[in-house]
Design a protein around this ligand. Structure first.
Ligand SMILES: [Zn+2]
Length: 421
């Protein structure tokens, strides 16, 4: 059957060219993977794509790229440390080395050797894995900025596939000189260039999720020019955090109480011990303003345990610290208990909403339901605190919670979802 032979050879040759002659070769009848040294099913291009994304193929490819001076064991140690999040300097610990020598009969490489020779290869391997897992899928991207231990600005990008069957998350990191809309947008483009080194796939980016800072919104607007199919959604939990911040501003007495009582028990083990002896409740929480929702959780703690905390604080010696005197004065304020009762009866659900939404594996339907519950809860809580004729910042959800374009996207997503279900 000469005709069929020619057809097969013609079909296989483009695959060799596409994936590279160092990966696949053909004898005219079948396709061989030169990395795995076995023949590969080549009836569809999809089978080949699946093969080159496979973990065995990638591991063999990486071992093949080692030079004769490089040791596969060291490569595996580097990969193991990176994947299990163990810092390479831990290799220097005598008991780590001793354990490996005693039970595995292997001498561990020095951590500087790993850094100089092997970590770059592990990095390349990880990038290959990310590219393979993203493949031809459409993606969502999320960016956030932070600072590292040296105070440098770092922009972290998380990339995931938009696919019901395919769950994936990959991290790409970029250092920037300072954070503003242009550096953030540039960092995102750089990260996507790492993902698609052969050229940006502008139509594959469908969703951008960021928090609701003004420069992130500006960056999102600028990026829409480059990625026309992209929808920019701002973080709902950040919007809820803003609402919590408004509550904090509106109840200065409660804010003072939380700040001062926190100081009374900070680095004061004797007072902490006394509190535990006297009361069968947890210590007053110590909210961190950058951790969203913790201030409101602290206010709710006082709403529930105000009298108990007050009885302990009144027993403390005012001469010991200014914060004790200040706490005792604040606790005598007659409006404080009514403020706490108000917060307790109107905002008790808010920290729950935030905690639930922070869960990473929440289905879209559940997230949207929580958002809807929040949207129903908020005006009810606000109505009771607005005097007739007056308005406050978050009286209408459209003001504070959903004022960004992301907010509109969130609500439209909710409507789209409802119409489809
Ligand atoms: Zn292979």
């Amino acid at each position: 059957m000469p005709r069929q032979g020619i057809d097969t050879a013609e079909k296989l040759r483009p695959y060799v060219e596409e994936f590279g002659p160092d990966v696949f070769s053909t004898n005219g009848e079948s396709l061989m993977c030169d990395v795995c040294r076995k023949s590969v099913k080549a009836t569809e291009k999809y089978f080949l794509q699946q093969h080159v994304r496979g973990s065995r193929h990638l591991a063999r490819l990486n071992s093949r790229n080692l030079s004769p001076r490089e040791n596969p064991f060291n490569m595996d140690v580097g990969r193991m440390l990176v994947e299990s999040n163990i810092p390479p300097y831990k290799l220097q610990h005598p008991s780590f080395r001793g354990f490996m020598e005693k039970y595995c009969g292997k001498v561990l490489p020095d951590h500087t050797t790993l850094r100089k020779t092997y970590l770059k290869k592990v990095y390349d391997e990880t990038l290959l894995k990310i590219r393979a897992s993203v493949g031809e899928h459409r993606i969502w991207v999320s960016i956030d900025e932070t600072t590292d231990v040296k105070g440098r600005f770092v922009v972290n990008t998380v990339v995931g596939c938009l696919s019901a069957q395919h769950q994936s998350r990959a991290f790409l990191t970029e250092f920037v000189e300072r954070t503003n809309h242009s550096t953030v947008a540039q960092a995102l483009v750089n990260s996507l260039n790492l993902l698609w080194p052969e050229g940006l796939r502008n139509d594959k980016v469908l969703l951008l999720v960021t928090y609701a800072a003004a420069y992130m919104k500006k960056a999102g607007d600028a990026l829409k020019v480059l990625f026309p199919k992209m929808t920019h959604v701002t973080c709902v939990i950040h919007a809820m955090h803003r609402v919590c911040e408004e509550i904090r501003v509106l109840f200065p007495a409660v804010d003072n109480l939380i700040a001062n009582v926190k100081k009374n028990f900070l680095k004061a083990p004797f007072r902490v011990q006394n509190f535990r002896l006297l009361m069968n409740i947890g210590l007053p929480p110590q909210p961190v303003l950058t951790r969203w929702g913790t201030w409101l959780a602290a206010a709710l703690y006082y709403a529930e345990n105000f009298e108990a905390v007050r009885s302990v604080v009144s027993m403390l010696e005012g001469a010991e610290a200014a914060s004790i005197r200040r706490s005792q004065e604040i606790m005598d304020d007659s409006t404080l208990s009514s403020d706490l009762a108000f917060i307790g009866s109107n905002f008790a659900q808010f920290p729950n909403f935030m905690t639930k939404l922070e869960c990473s594996s929440l289905p879209l339907s559940s997230s949207l339901n929580i958002l809807e519950e929040f949207r129903v809860c908020l005006p009810v809580a606000c109505k009771s605190m607005v005097p007739p004729g007056a308005t406050i910042e978050f009286a209408a959800p459209s003001n504070s919670c959903l004022r960004s374009s992301g907010g509109q996207a969130n609500t439209s997503a909710l409507e789209v979802f409802k119409n489809r279900v």
